[in-house]
Design a protein around this ligand. Structure first.
Ligand SMILES: *[C@@H]1O[C@H](CO)[C@@H](O)[C@H](O)[C@H]1NC(C)=O
Length: 286
């Protein structure tokens, strides 16, 4: 009898986790004067953009390592000039940052998924992809897995990028500055779509990007200390998803290579023109 009851409680918790957090509880709209709205009793959040402003939200918590998932449905139709972002960032000159940015396009032409990693204030590590689905038709899950050894970008559970800790070879890695989650929808029609040649069509405004399923299985930074969910660093971790020790196994590595071969459209590591002094150190290492 007792085990059955416990089983039901455990199931209820799992369901709650799978559905993700509540935006009222976990996030706050940070700008846009009413253009961002929490919807569906806290399960969703819509950001809008019109000619005078975009909008954005941020997590209430700061994190130092974690697995952050967000389901996003991007601006449909003619989204030229719009940029939807989902990223982690710390504060200050020497900040760390882990970026997902979605650059809109005219109807029927593909979005560009832009990723970047800043460490100690230095970025210039762009990798861009096409998606293998239409990101405006329904929600898809975008994840950042950030642990002491890896930053893994994943789309619907498929890794697309793995930025490894290469401190031993002199490449900085984000590991001591807590980061907050930010998301925004804004107008970047001076550069975003086809290099800025295609402008936003304001007759189609307001543009809407929808978010739901925000889930942070993460170590929360509070009063100068890091608090991780129970079991994060223990050997039990893999049973919980195990992001603390997560790295690519053979199968996930092969899936990432498949995405990179078929869908990567820009890689700073192969842009030799841009780095006449030599490509960045982390690119030379496997
Ligand atoms: C938009 O579509 C054009 C044509 O297919 C493509 O060259 C471009 O990379 C796409 N994405 C952006 C953000 O311009």
């Amino acid at each position: 009898m007792r085990t059955v009851a416990l089983g039901i409680v455990a199931m209820a918790c799992l369901v709650a986790m799978a559905q993700g957090g509540n935006f009222f509880q976990d996030a706050e709209i940070s700008w846009g004067q009413g253009r961002g709205k929490i919807v569906d009793g806290g399960r969703g959040l819509d950001l809008t953009l019109d000619r005078s402003s975009g909008s954005g939200f941020q997590s209430k918590n700061e994190y130092l390592f974690g697995k952050i998932d967000m389901q996003i449905k991007l601006v449909p139709g003619n989204s030229a000039g719009t940029v939807t972002t989902f990223y982690l960032s710390s504060q200050g000159e020497t900040h760390d940052e882990i970026d997902f940015e979605f650059l809109g396009n005219v109807t029927g032409e593909p979005y560009t998924l832009h990723t970047n990693v800043f460490t100690q204030g230095q970025g210039q590590r762009e990798q861009q992809f096409r998606l293998w689905f239409d990101p405006t038709q329904t929600f898809h899950t975008y994840s950042i897995i950030w642990n002491p050894q890896h930053i893994i970008f994943a789309v619907d559970g498929t890794p697309i990028r793995d930025f490894k800790n290469q401190e031993a070879r002199g490449v900085a890695f984000p590991k001591s500055q807590p980061m907050r989650l930010y998301a925004s929808l804004w107008n970047a029609d001076d550069w975003a779509t086809q290099g800025g040649r295609v402008k936003a069509d304001w007759s189609r405004a307001p543009f809407v990007a929808s978010f739901r399923g925000f889930n942070a299985d993460a170590c929360v930074w509070s009063a100068g200390a890091q608090r991780c969910p129970v079991g994060t660093m223990e050997t039990a971790a893999p049973a919980r998803g195990g992001w603390w020790n997560q790295q690519l196994n053979d199968m996930s590595y092969r899936r990432m290579r498949w995405v990179q071969r078929k869908f990567m459209i820009y890689n700073y590591c192969t842009d030799t023109k841009r780095f006449p002094q030599g490509i960045p150190a982390e690119c030379k290492l496997r």
